[in-house]
Design a binder for this molecule. Sequence first.
Ligand SMILES: [Ca+2]
Ligand SMILES: [Ca+2]
Ligand SMILES: [Ca+2]
Ligand SMILES: [Ca+2]
Length: 315
Amino acid sequence: MKLLKYILPIVTLFLVVACQDDDDATVEPPRDFTEQYKADTLAINTYLREHYITVTNAAGYTTDMDVVISKITNPETQTSIWDMPNRQTRMVKVASQNDLEYEVHYLNLRQGIPTNPKPCNFDSVFVSYRGTLLNGSQFDYVQVPSVMFRLETLIRGWGEIIPQFNTGSYTDAGDGTTIFEDFGAGVMFLPSGLGYYNVSQVGIPAYSPIVFSFKLYEIERLDQDNDGIPTYLEDVPNDLGIKDGYITIDDDTDGDGVPDFRDIDDDGDQILTKNELKIPNTDPIQYYTYENAPDCSGNTTNPNRIRKYLDPNCN
Ligand SMILES: [Ca+2]
Ligand SMILES: [Ca+2]
Ligand SMILES: [Ca+2]
Ligand SMILES: [Ca+2]
């Protein structure tokens, strides 16, 4: 087992927070979203064609999955990010924002352990990351994280791309450090509409497309409405009965405009979800979990049942 040799102190300021009362932030009148997206797309695509990436493989070390993105100087030996081979497939995620369908390019350098959880877009994540502009200027870097971040408080791009990855494993090195291995790792290339847009930040001019490399070490499931059902499970299945793991305001069982993950009475029958999850005749009171919550008939095993906290016909 390889050990981490040291931990660098965290001296950087986390700049990903979307809505901050930062005196350094200045606001320009917003440009047209469509026009700006066109400009950002051109800039990002050019960047992807003119740069290549090198990835560090160093299992058990903090440098594992570190990336360096450089301008191509020798096209014979350096493959552009745009033309990267399958192993580090350049992928595209579509994100709806500002009445636009943004296409976000990202690299899946490593998926993580497939049987481990992926965060939903409203969970908390424990990540190391580096943020740069397209000109290479670094505006933020955290090599060893110390706190978890709620994805809902960050720029939109993070909530779109980080949930595409699984966590890895970690062990205590015995010297106060932690060894992270097999974690999900990637790079996202965000148009400004999924970043800070017209709100400039320290080191980030307004309307900057931004690049984040990241490593997903751990997640924490959140329960935003504290009703006993974790947010990632307050995802209304689509027409095919599938939960897609992506929470939106349309995940709204009773259609009252409050999505399930913020609705303390999900089926709108005036009985709080929390109370519908009480297990009868328990003292002190115990609660069903999502997994064993019954439907109106009391069935707790049919995978297709409508759990009674989501069924206004009973409580
Ligand atoms: Ca909940
Ligand atoms: Ca609702
Ligand atoms: Ca709820
Ligand atoms: Ca209810």
